[in-house]
Design a binder for this molecule. Structure first.
Ligand code: 5GP
Length: 189
């Protein structure tokens, strides 16, 4: 049985880099395309980075129960179109959802055998340094992100695995090991 895998963690923790390396190193796993109502950032493409939907359309999809999970985050909607995840799973491919924690907790309730992985920074100070080095936010925005990160870390207790992204190679190795171990799990009746 193919697995649904949720990957969450605070903004700036390095989920994108981890995921990119993981996808190169583990065959039979894909990242599911998700939908959002936020505006595309420079270089982002519809159907590649996200399905960029107008708010009315997103709300229509909610009403039609087209999302496996969805959440409101940073004044926009984000959601996983059910059919996209299910098509991969039906083909026997493991699906990674890189989503924030409200969505992760919905998956926990709806898909009991999903595997939830939380990525944490080595420390809050390390996260602050990374957000500063990224250079995309003002000091106020960084403080705001750190406060959100502290709240998000509370959701960790509902996740199955915790990966600390201190050393990138070690973190990728651990993610890979988790996926391989989950594939070897004997399913009890
Ligand atoms: P960004 O706007 O930076 O691309 O994403 C903001 C947050 O939304 C990130 O934590 C990202 O992982 C999360 N996200 C992306 N797609 C989805 C989704 O379909 N559902 C949920 N719940 N969160 C998502």
């Amino acid at each position: 049985m193919a697995k649904l895998i949720v990957l969450s963690g605070p903004s700036g923790v390095g989920k994108d880099t981890l995921l990119q390396l993981l996808l190169q190193r583990v065959p039979g796993v894909v990242k599911c395309l998700t939908a959002t109502t936020r505006a595309p950032r420079e270089g982002e493409r519809h159907g590649v980075d996200y399905l960029f939907l107008p708010e009315e359309e997103f709300e229509r999809w909610i009403a039609e129960d087209k999302f496996l999970e969805y959440a409101r985050y940073n004044q926009a909607y984000y959601g996983t179109p059910r059919h996209l995840a299910e098509e991969w799973l039906a083909k026997g491919v493991d699906v990674i959802l890189k989503i924030e924690v409200q969505g992760g907790l919905q998956v926990r309730r709806r898909v009991p055998d999903a595997v939830l992985i939380f990525v944490q920074p080595p420390s809050m100070e390390a996260l602050r340094q990374r957000l500063m080095a990224r250079g995309t936010d003002t000091p106020e925005q960084i403080e705001h992100r750190l406060r959100i990160a502290e709240q998000e870390m509370q959701a960790m207790r509902y996740y199955d695995y915790l990966v600390t992204n201190d050393d990138l190679e070690q973190a990728v190795d651990l993610l890979r090991a988790i996926i391989l171990a989950e594939r070897a799990r004997i399913v009890k009746e």
